[in-house]
Design a protein around this ligand. Structure first.
Ligand SMILES: [Zn+2]
Length: 426
């Protein structure tokens, strides 16, 4: 039985009590820590931790990996609850068009954007899609990500959406990190249905959702609810069909326009509302109603704002309103070509004015909750998965977002096994 001991940590961060599934409002600024800590894991799960002054020592050295984390912080690995990591090709050429002045919407109208990704994905084999995405996920794990949500949405036909979801299932089986899948057939209207919106919606609700749920190919359903994409009524139709088949909503809303998607998502008990760059008073009130902190978690994507040069979501106001704010990369070839959660945490601080503690909570415990993994990941709590980041020797946890662009990770551990070995593990 493989076992792991981490000792002499400068601090264990994110030691939230077991009853805390997520943190909201002012509580987001509190990142519980144990100074001079040790931690023990067995069979991939945390079994005990505490301070070195009360360390019980080692009784059994068999099968025990020991890591001396002197001068280093140990924190829960990043959870990334919104990505489009399975795609056929990058889109640098569109980015260069934007640098020359074209807008995201103009590029989409000229046959670029999501439909460009869809054409390329349909033509690519399942094996090639798998190996491309696997390499991206391996890089993300090296950068400290231990759980990821991946959406379909570049297939836009029954057959190609199922192909994407099967690739996601293979990734889940092949890699140690936790993977959740989301059906995003309503990402854009495919060319074949350009004159038959109702027909496409009916295919999603009456064929795709039942089949995906029946084969357990996804846990969530998504919709790009936005002007020129899908209306609030169309999103509601999808959320209703999802609920009927056990797929909870995780939806794209309020990226460019506020059209009422948030209130509708709250009404349908979606697990998360993602993006929120454009917010009205009505949107804030829809999220502020007395609700369970685990219901409809605002998930913010600062790397997308950074890359597109659009406004950042009003994270401070959401926190002031008592919300449970989560962070994600939105890794995709069009609007956020990076799966680096360290960058996201840094942008959340520098651009959205989150405190380092708030950003770390948003990228760990709240991000785990935004993908239904709050029992498993997101904090250093007995019984949870032993999936951590061990930092390089840094003076304080704030150094992580402060040194934007630096790689301050020494070691990454997933389910008690070292996936990136640094000096501490040597
Ligand atoms: Zn997205």
């Amino acid at each position: 039985m493989p076992r792991l001991l981490i000792k002499n940590a400068k601090a264990l961060l994110g030691t939230h009590p077991p009853e805390v599934a997520c943190v909201s409002g002012t509580a987001m600024a509190m990142l519980p820590a144990i100074e001079e800590g040790w931690l023990h894991a067995e069979n991939g799960r945390i079994t005990a931790f505490g301070t070195m002054s009360a360390w019980p020592g080692v009784q059994d050295w068999n099968d025990l990996t020991v890591i001396d984390a002197s001068g280093r912080y140990v924190l829960p690995g990043w959870c990334d609850p919104h990505t489009h990591t399975v795609f056929a090709a990058t889109r640098e050429e569109e980015w260069v068009m934007r640098l020359k002045g074209a807008t995201y919407q103009e590029i989409a109208a000229a046959g670029g954007g999501i439909l460009n990704s869809a054409r390329k994905l349909r033509a690519m084999s399942e094996d090639d899609l798998f190996s491309g995405a696997k390499a991206r996920l391996e890089e993300m794990m090296r950068l400290g990500t231990v759980a990821v949500e991946i959406k379909s949405g570049y297939g836009l036909s029954l057959e190609s959406e199922l192909k994407m979801l099967r690739v996601i299932r293979r990734l889940k089986e092949a890699l140690p990190l936790q993977v959740k899948a989301t059906l995003l057939a309503a990402h854009a209207l495919p060319e074949e249905f350009a004159n038959d919106r109702a027909g496409y919606l009916s295919m999603i609700c009456n064929e795709l959702i039942p089949q995906v749920a029946g084969e357990e190919l996804a846990q969530f359903v998504d919709c790009f609810c936005e002007t020129n994409y899908f209306t609030v009524a169309e999103m509601e139709q999808i959320l209703e069909a999802g609920t009927k088949h056990g797929l909870r909503g995780k939806v794209h809303v309020n990226q460019f326009n506020s059209i009422g998607g948030i209130a509708a998502a709250v009404k349908h008990n979606a697990l998360s509302v993602d993006h929120l760059e454009v917010m009205t008073d009505a949107d804030f009130s829809a999220l502020a109603a007395p609700r369970s902190p685990l219901a409809t978690i605002p998930t913010l994507l600062p790397a997308c704002s950074h890359f597109l040069g659009i406004p950042y979501a009003p994270a401070r106001k959401l926190i002031e309103n008592g919300n449970t704010v989560a962070l994600a990369t939105d890794f995709n070839p069009g609007s956020s070509p990076s799966g680096n959660m360290n960058t996201v945490v840094s942008l959340a601080c520098t651009q959205m004015k989150l405190l380092p503690e708030e950003a770390i909570n948003a990228a760990t415990i709240n991000a785990a909750a935004a993908m239904g993994l709050e029992q498993d990941l997101g904090s250093i709590t007995v019984g949870k998965r032993a999936s951590f980041i061990i930092t390089r020797e840094i003076p304080s946890p704030a150094a992580l977002p402060y040194h934007f662009g630096s790689d301050l990770i020494d070691t990454v551990i997933i389910d008690g096994a070292i996936v990136r070995a640094g000096e501490a593990a040597g």
